[in-house]
Design a binder for this molecule. Structure first.
Ligand code: 0O2
Length: 207
């Protein structure tokens, strides 16, 4: 059972590697062709066994590999941090347009931020992984966000855990204000960047 579980998680490790490679290729191509790096930072993780078991129980998922595969879509997760909002969308477009990638779900919290101020573009993709036993489609959650959105989300996450989910109202209001300031900063930086590189240049030009 333990071996089977390790193998199950290994598939997600491989899925991450595939998507990381795709993002790395896009970044290197942009650097080479346009002297521009659209990606500030990429981080990835496979959920720990404990955290996966906790989520399976919390969501009432049947404890079988097939049921977990179908219901828990963030076992493999990648976070792509960009300088500008336009880069987040452009990278999303370039990744999801690849013909071996299948989109399972999209949540655009940049266009429609959560009530607490959270912004990020989430996509669950399926990427093929070729094992000795054949091809498997592995779900990977990719979150695209700017540095400002990421800064806010990291702090909010820490506060949320510090208060065990029951954050005082005053702090919630401050967090929402901070999210609004981060959004203004994003807009301002993108405008300045546009001025520097000429109208319509955009952070990433079409390939
Ligand atoms: P971790 O440790 O980052 O993995 P799900 O619970 O995933 O089945 P949900 O909540 O509808 O379904 O998914 P959603 O909205 O796509 O959010 C999933 C992830 O987005 C979270 O994963 C966080 O990483 C991030 N996220 C979503 N909302 C917030 C928010 O309000 N604040 C912050 N800081 N991050 C958020 P996990 O599993 O919660 O955590």
């Amino acid at each position: 059972m333990r071996d089977e579980f390790q193998r199950f998680l290994l598939e997600y490790q491989f899925g991450l590697r595939e998507v990381e490679t795709k993002l790395g290729i896009l970044r290197d191509e942009f650097l080479q062709m346009h002297d521009y790096n659209p990606i500030e930072h990429v981080s990835s993780r496979v959920k720990t066994a404990d955290s996966l078991v906790e989520k399976v129980i919390r969501k009432g998922v049947e404890p079988s590999f097939d049921a977990i595969r179908a219901a828990i879509t963030d076992i493999a997760g990648i976070r792509v941090t960009t300088s500008f909002t336009k880069d987040a969308y452009r990278l999303f477009d370039l990744l999801t347009a690849q013909d071996d990638i299948t989109i399972r779900a999209v949540k655009d919290y940049i266009a429609e931020p959560k009530d607490n101020g959270y912004k990020s573009l989430h996509v669950i993709v399926e990427v093929p992984v070729f094992l000795s036993t054949g091809r498997v489609a592995v779900a990977v959650e990719v979150q695209f966000r700017t540095i400002a959105m990421d800064f806010w989300a990291s702090l909010e996450h820490k506060i949320y855990y510090k208060y065990a989910g029951v954050v005082p109202d005053g702090l919630l209001t401050e967090l929402k204000d901070a999210a609004d300031s981060a959004a203004l900063l994003d807009a301002r930086m993108e405008r300045l960047h546009g001025q520097l590189h000429g109208p319509g240049a955009g952070p990433i030009r079409a390939v």
